[in-house]
Design a protein. Structure first.
Length: 593
């Protein structure tokens, strides 16, 4: 991330306020220029200019820095290096490889340390795709590199370059070797390596955005059935401390059917990031049989790291996600959490003495959040006709005390189309995922419903509507039970409560730490729904035929349904038939021919 400095222009520090540095003699700098602060060469970014004074947010610890020390110009904006070697990497907020830094100092990140983002010595097998003499432009694929066993990295023409390909060199190459030369129309020859640099605050271009209409299958039943997210969609996971936000994010990173996962730990506790670093390499990807790290990029910017770097980490993550999207991959970005990012914005805003908005957050909070989330989407990529790539963004929100009326939650809800509201009461009852089915919603239901009906089962949408109606009826009936007791309800209403209980405990409740229950295919999800609703329909029919409610309440089939979630995929249909057979026997219902 660091750039060679220009020693002709040097600013002088006049004020130090935590991560904010004010320097004079900065008239030749521009907003968002990267500078190096003091002789320690700490990475900073100009965020405000007033005459010859510049306000600089520093992405490293500023302890020991004082007035009079120099500020060195780089005349570059904050950028990331994009090329082979990102997958499986663990980077900090400004894309420094933490594993390489650990080799240098095993205790702390040395101030001002500069380490190459990508391994400049490793040789990759570059396989040519284009041919000499081709007219190429931004996004055209020159060749490929097998980055991991599951990711074929496409080396593309960088943005802004169009011309005739006059040289292409295949074979074993490092990321710094010249692999191609392009002659522009003005005669200029551009030499290309496998690495391209991109400013983190600038969206990567594409041909056009496409309306999302395919669900991102997560294997989490409450999400896939009640509140689905589309590929290229945006979702928020707000919830109080201890409600399971991080585990939900981990589950989505592990099991969602995205090609690439970019996980940004932004301002969360270090032990949570440690869990990710320990678990992901051990997890086997069910699609490929390889380690999950074979398709994952980790950005670690924990709560004990410099606060200003939280903002950079979010932009670093989304830029890497866009880069793989441009290759035609479906990328899922997990941001945990955007609240910590917003708190970093609030701290910098207060140090800049800007006019505060609600609860001290800057007035531009909503626009910054919108800029971030709007970089998600399903797009037709440059350079390849008809090829689509997607970035799906799922951001955790950590409202103080779980109060979603606070500014970050409200600003996020105005932007996202899926709201998975986590409930502290569900979490206290040990119901996980603690997604509140009465408060949550998804605006992608109509778009993705056709997919489920066509690809899983034609009754999918109907079953989901029935499940949702049962849960809403349960909430209304519980109000009556609280007032006058369960004995006041009819046997049919009591049966509805039993069915809703089965939906909650046997379907919506899911154990993330059980080898079988941690992931449920859409086929199994449908049969689980169908088994519960079939029990309900036959129970109501049995009541109408004069069977005692005690028989319904003591049904052995309820126990089978409760254990259905732990049935292996190969036995799903067999167990479904066993449950239906037992229900029929218990309720003495003659099966229709």
């Amino acid at each position: 991330m660091k750039n060679k400095t220009n020693n002709e222009n040097i600013g002088i520090i006049t004020k130090v306020s935590g991560p904010l540095i004010v320097a004079k003699n900065m008239q030749s700098a521009q907003v968002y220029d990267v500078v190096e602060v003091s002789e320690k060469r700490l990475t900073g970014e100009v965020i405000e200019l007033r005459g010859d004074l510049a306000s600089i947010q520093v992405y490293e610890e500023t302890a020991g820095i004082g007035p009079g020390e120099p500020v060195y110009f780089t005349n570059k904006v904050l950028s990331v290096e994009l090329g082979p070697g990102l997958i499986g990497g663990i980077f900090d907020g400004i894309q420094r490889p933490l594993d390489k830094i650990y080799e240098i100092d095993k205790k702390v990140i040395p101030p001002g340390i500069s380490v190459p983002t990508l391994n400049e010595e490793k040789k990759w097998e570059f396989s040519e795709v284009a041919s000499v003499g081709d007219i190429v432009s931004a996004g055209n694929v020159l060749g490929t590199v097998l980055e991991t066993n599951v990711v074929n990295h496409k080396i593309m023409v960088p943005n802004g370059i169009t011309g005739k390909l006059i040289e292409l060199n295949g074979g074993l190459k490092t990321v710094k070797d010249i692999i191609a030369k392009i002659e522009k129309s003005n005669g200029e020859v551009v030499e290309l390596t496998m690495v391209q640099s991109w400013p983190v605050r600038v969206k990567r271009p594409y041909k056009k955005k496409v309306t999302p209409n395919m669900p991102m299958i997560t294997g989490q039943r409450v999400i896939d059935t009640l509140f689905p997210i589309a590929i290229g969609g945006i979702a928020a996971v707000p919830g109080p401390f201890g409600s399971g936000k991080t585990v939900v994010q981990h589950q989505l990173a592990k099991w969602s059917d995205a090609d690439i996962i970019v996980y940004v730990g932004c301002g969360e506790r270090g032990n949570e990031m440690t869990d990710v670093l320990n678990e992901f390499p051990e997890l086997v990807d069910p699609k490929t049989g390889e380690s999950l790290m074979e398709r994952t990029v980790l950005i670690a910017n924990t709560s004990n790291m410099p606060v200003a770097a939280r903002e950079a980490s979010i932009y670093t993550g989304i830029t890497i996600a866009e880069y793989y999207r441009d290759m035609g991959y479906r990328v899922a970005l997990m941001a945990d959490s955007t609240s910590r990012w917003a708190e970093a914005l609030r701290e910098m805003s207060s140090r800049l003495e800007e006019m505060p908005g609600e609860e001290g957050y800057p007035a531009y909070l909503s626009s910054r959040l919108a800029d971030f989330y709007e970089r998600a989407g399903l797009v037709e990529v440059l350079g390849s006709k008809g090829v689509e790539g997607a970035v799906t963004v799922i951001g955790a929100v950590s409202p103080p005390g779980g109060d979603t009326s606070e500014p970050v939650s409200q600003a996020t809800l105005r932007i996202v189309k899926v709201f998975w509201g986590l409930s502290s009461s569900l979490a206290h009852r040990r119901h996980f995922p603690a997604i509140d089915w009465l408060r949550s919603y998804s605006l992608y239901e109509d778009q993705v419903g056709d997919y489920f009906d066509n690809q899983v089962h034609s009754d999918w949408t109907r079953e989901v509507k029935t499940i949702r109606a049962l849960l809403q009826e349960e909430a209304a009936l519980e109000e009556i039970v609280r007032l006058v007791g369960v004995d006041s309800l009819s046997f049919e209403d009591r049966t509805k409560l039993l069915t809703a209980q089965m939906v909650r405990e046997d379907f919506l409740h899911q154990n993330a730490f059980d080898d079988v229950d941690t992931y449920t295919s859409t086929n199994k999800q449908f049969y689980m729904m169908r088994a519960i609703l079939n029990w309900h329909e036959k129970a109501i029919e049995a009541l109408n035929n004069g069977i005692s409610y005690k028989v319904i309440e003591n049904s052995e089939a309820r126990g089978l349904i409760g254990r259905y979630k732990y049935v292996n995929e190969d036995d799903v249909l067999k167990e479904y038939n066993n449950i239906n057979k037992l229900v029929t026997e218990e309720f003495n219902i003659k099966e229709e021919e």
